[in-house]
Design a protein around this ligand. Structure first.
Ligand code: HSE
Length: 445
């Protein structure tokens, strides 16, 4: 049988792109593939083709013009690893319209344009692979689309931003402050070029938008996700959390509630120390998925870094190559459609959860009573309180954990608390997830 030779064009010779090139060039040693096809590096496009990278590449394969890849009739699969919205979105659109399969790690593009791009792919009888867009090397996209496909997904809890998880882990384990830990994450190459998308929670929001869209076959875009990053978490909060038996993680959450409503949110979250997600450290990612048939499942691995991301890109390249080798017109796993309108987004103001609050107050009589009075007036019940002896200055922190309360009541209460003359604003609020009861009422036997 004649072997198909599949050619790959790589747009973006940066961190992930170089990892992809490294595997493509050295594949004979490592890559498992069925005998019916071979995969070859066809071309690389980048604005900088002169700085040497760690894998030597035949200079005739290098170009600064993306059109040379998109218009090359011999290229079957286009890998987009430049990141960012523009011009990446246009390159992906053009490649699909030119009849190329596309593999991308670009979560920002997918969180906004997946429905449109999937449609263009379908019209042009090609596929988009995006395994690398969420969770680095973890095969979570494939798991949702294949392994868990028969489940009604009840909840997804993801640690999906390696930079934030690295920062919080360093703050927890080494007592570092936020900026010191961020600097280290950047030096290690985990953070995006602009680290604000990592630390402000946008990167995680893009990723949970993608996972939610797939899990519910709905078009859930970035603007449906409530987002709060890790920038306000202090060493103090980390320590109080630990005293209370919790760890702080940036969690991306999608939950099915009230039968057909979706809560989709990203924020620092206090998790019980004993929970599996609490023990996910450093740049590792983990995605905890609860299905109605499976119950709880957890996927764990490196969520950032050159070779983990490249591994996920290659998984799509090989998968698409199988489609091509089987029959050039068939799509073994066609793009999702995302046209399910059964679900609506539940506004964050309506969610019910437990809260941690830290309020800096004047150490004088009646202050605690004023604060607990405001909480009571807003139907919020306190489950525990910590107040330490005053060490310096005239103020002390009061830390409270609440029972389940409605978010808008909590926000009202905090506004009233911050307006008290005895309080130094702005008070800190961290949502708590105990993940209890997730398996209640499931179909598991
Ligand atoms: N900057 C991302 C992170 C890695 O920190 O997780 C790629 O998605």
């Amino acid at each position: 049988m004649k072997e198909h030779e599949i050619k790959v064009g790589v747009i973006g010779w940066g961190t992930v792109g170089s990892g992809v090139v490294k595997i493509l060039v050295n594949q004979d040693q490592y890559m498992m593939k069925p005998g019916s096809f071979s995969i070859k590096l066809g071309k690389i496009a980048d604005l900088d083709i002169t700085t040497p990278r760690d894998t030597a590449v035949d200079p005739s394969l290098l170009t600064t013009r993306v059109s040379e890849i998109i218009e090359d009739r011999e290229i079957d699969i286009v890998v987009e690893t430049i990141g960012g919205l523009n011009p990446a979105t246009d390159f992906i659109r053009s490649a699909l319209k030119a009849g190329k399969h596309v593999v991308t790690a670009n979560k920002a593009v997918l969180a906004l344009y997946s429905k449109e791009l999937f449609k263009i792919a379908k019209e042009n009888k090609v596929r988009i692979g995006f395994e690398a867009s969420v969770g680095g090397c973890i095969p979570i996209i494939r798991s949702l689309r294949e392994g868990l496909v028969s489940n009604r997904i009840q909840a997804i809890y993801g640690i999906v931003n390696g930079t934030s998880n690295y920062i919080l882990s360093e703050m927890t384990d080494k007592g570092m402050d936020f900026s010191e830990a961020l600097k280290e994450a950047q030096e290690r190459g985990y953070a995006e070029a602009d680290p604000s998308s990592d630390i402000e929670g946008i990167d995680a929001a893009n990723k949970i938008a993608i996972l939610t869209s797939l899990a519910y076959e709905s078009d859930v875009k970035l603007d449906s996700v409530f987002v709060e990053g890790v920038t306000r978490v202090t060493q103090r909060d980390i320590q109080y959390a630990s005293e209370l038996g919790y760890r702080i993680k940036l969690l991306a959450i999608a939950k099915l509630v009230d039968n057909n409503k979706l809560q989709v949110r990203v924020h620092p979250t206090m998790l019980p120390e004993r929970s599996m997600l609490a023990s996910v450290e450093g740049v590792f990612n983990a995605i905890y998925v609860v299905g109605n048939a499976t119950g709880s499942t957890m996927f764990y691995g490196r969520g950032a870094g050159q070779m983990p991301a490249a591994s996920a890109v290659l998984s799509d390249i090989v998968d698409i190559s199988k489609t091509i080798a089987a029959n050039a017109n068939s799509q073994l796993l066609p793009s999702p459609v995302l046209d399910n309108t059964e679900y609506s987004i539940k506004p964050v103001a309506e969610i019910e959860t437990r809260y941690y609050i830290r309020v800096q107050v004047l150490d004088s009589p009646g202050v605690l009573a004023q604060i607990s009075g405001i909480l009571g007036d807003n139907s919020i019940s306190i489950s525990s309180v910590i107040q330490k002896e005053r060490r310096e200055g005239k103020t002390v922190p009061i830390v409270m954990m609440t029972h389940e309360a409605v978010e808008k009541n909590m926000q009202n209460a905090l506004k009233e608390i911050d307006a008290l003359s005895v309080v130094t604003p702005k008070s800190m609020l961290i949502r708590v997830e105990t993940m209890d009861g997730e398996e209640d009422n499931l179909a598991i036997v």
